[in-house]
Design a protein around this ligand. Structure first.
Ligand code: SAM
Length: 234
């Protein structure tokens, strides 16, 4: 599995630090033994995990500059994309946030096992975003498979510093979602920067990174309570 990841990384022009091979292997083993028990991921098998989790996550390094960036992964689940990003770019200052206790327990266990330093926070994004030590504190916010883009922007953009980036990992069929999120992006003090479609190495799978740039502070009104966000998205 780690060989598929290493070779794939090379094709993305990413040189993985030598110690990451063992870390990806241990990550895979933990996902295989614990992932299913706690509903962490539906993806299994060495090849699928390498392609759809590890390489999909680190592909973001080809899209933005993560060196020494303060990064938060919202709704990280079993650690995607945040943990592979940190393994591939150790200078990232990483925070993993998830609303589910058992997923945070998994992430704490994982980080200790593979020896990475990351803050693992058990909280709902819409609540954590109103705390002074997290609001507008991050250079980059990343998120995959958490919510539709209009709601996701409200959950994520308040964490981003003005001039920072929010990168939403989406499918290439996200045109409608993107159209529906334009108003939200603007209301939250941001602008759509660009969409980058990337191919996962050795597959014909193409995914999309939607890159949104924060241009000014987000109004204290946002994020609203989750029920409100869902009932009337911006
Ligand atoms: N990002 C991971 C991935 O791509 O494999 C996990 C995706 S999983 C489908 C969605 C995760 O988002 C779950 O772990 C869930 O607990 C978390 N989540 C959903 N809404 C959230 C919220 N409002 N605040 C924090 N976490 C949330």
């Amino acid at each position: 599995m780690s060989d598929i990841t290493l070779q794939g990384a090379k094709k993305l022009n990413i040189t993985l630090p030598p110690e990451t091979e063992a870390a990806f292997e241990a990550y895979y083993d933990l996902l295989s033994t614990h992932g299913e028990n706690v509903n962490l991921t539906a993806i299994s098998g060495a090849e699928s995990v390498a392609h759809l989790h590890f390489l999909d996550s680190i592909a973001l390094l080809t899209i933005a500059d993560f060196k020494t960036a303060k990064v938060i992964d919202i709704g990280s689940g079993a650690g995607f994309p945040g943990v592979p990003l940190k393994l591939a770019e150790p200078s990232v200052d990483l925070t993993l946030l998830d609303a589910t206790r058992k997923r945070i327990d998994f992430l704490e266990h994982l980080c200790a096992l593979i020896n990475i330093d990351a803050a693992c926070i058990h909280a709902r994004a819409e609540e954590a975003a109103h705390t002074a030590d997290m609001r507008e504190q991050y250079d980059i916010c990343v998120s995959r498979a958490v919510a539709k883009l209009n709601s996701l922007c409200e959950l994520c953009l308040p964490f981003v510093k003005p001039q920072g980036l929010f990168i939403a990992m989406k499918s290439v069929n996200s045109e409608d979602e993107l159209r529906a999120a334009h108003r939200a992006i603007e209301a939250l003090g941001a602008q759509l920067h660009k969409c980058v479609d990337y191919t996962i190495p050795d597959t014909d799978i193409v995914h999309r990174a939607v890159i949104i740039k924060k241009t000014s502070k987000t109004s204290e009104r946002y994020p609203r309570r989750f029920a409100r966000i869902q009932k009337s998205p911006l």
